[in-house]
Ligand binder design. Structure first.
Ligand code: CTP
Ligand code: MG
Length: 241
């Protein structure tokens, strides 16, 4: 069976606050995009969704990763739209698609995901799971809050049962025809970041497809804030698990 990888990298990185798209921010001498590409497992093809204004720069980075060189496509207004754009490009270049074709959707914002996480997602797909996500236990106590007005602040309404909570990561894996159909079905939601699904498993959940969970890794941290970038700097310089 064939394995395809969609690498989402079309975000602007608003919360990171750099003056380039987040995937082009450098860690050591390499961009986050290059670090992410370096950590991907072997596959038939990688499709990268890039900010439309930066296609040339992203293609230049992608060209340094051969066998075969990743395809760079313009992303959309939401992560969901960027995944759909990459899947439509895949549907074109990888036609005809069969039930045995697998796809992993991974965030370039998680440049250090270990090989074991990728291989456990793929193994669960090969066992027949229709949707697979990596996740880790939640270590913090998580509470629900609501706003009150006098004085204006938040108050606690509930404490969630931590044993049932998981922090979800990427890569998220699916049979390619399944994920393509889901993204086409829910395309209307992709128009804005507020209406869009936050991850790919959410589309499967909305369709009633069971989502299997495999162990994630703390090394798979998503770089969102300047603090995360500092943590990533330490990870880049270490081989610790
Ligand atoms: N992403 C994308 N297309 C979008 C928005 C996000 O491909 N329209 C990708 C990002 O490039 C990232 C992943 O989805 O790899 C997770 O998104 P996030 O961490 O939120 O990155 P940004 O959207 O770039 O950051 P911010 O929300 O702070 O602007
Ligand atoms: Mg975002």
């Amino acid at each position: 069976s064939r394995l395809f990888i969609v690498l989402t990298a079309a975000g602007s990185g608003t919360r990171l606050g750099a003056n380039t798209p987040k995937a082009l921010v450098t860690l050591g001498s390499d961009s986050l995009l290059a670090h992410a590409l370096h950590h991907l497992p072997p596959s038939n093809l990688v499709v990268i969704s890039a900010p439309p204004a930066y296609l040339a720069g992203f293609s230049q980075v992608a060209a340094q990763f051969a066998s075969p060189p990743p395809l760079v496509v313009p992303g959309g207004a939401s992560r969901q739209a960027s995944v759909l754009a990459a899947l439509e490009a895949l549907a074109d270049v990888a036609a005809p698609i069969t039930e045995s074709d697998l796809v992993l959707v991974h965030d370039a914002a998680r440049p250090f995901t270990p090989a074991t996480v990728f291989s456990q997602v793929v193994a669960a797909l090969q066992q027949g799971c229709p949707a697979v996500i990596p996740a880790t236990p939640v270590l913090d106590t998580i509470k629900m809050v609501r706003n009150v007005s006098t004085p204006a602040r938040e108050v606690v309404t509930d404490t969630l049962n931590r044993s049932q909570l998981r922090a979800v990561q990427t890569p998220q894996g699916f049979p390619l025809p399944t994920l393509l159909e889901l993204h086409r079905r829910f395309a209307a939601r992709a128009a804005t970041e507020t209406s869009a699904f936050g991850d790919d498993a959410a589309l499967a959940e909305a369709a009633g497809i069971p989502v299997a969970v495999v162990p994630g890794s703390p090394r798979s941290l998503k770089i969102t804030t300047p603090f995360d970038l500092q943590v990533a700097q330490l990870l880049a310089n270490s081989d610790c698990p």
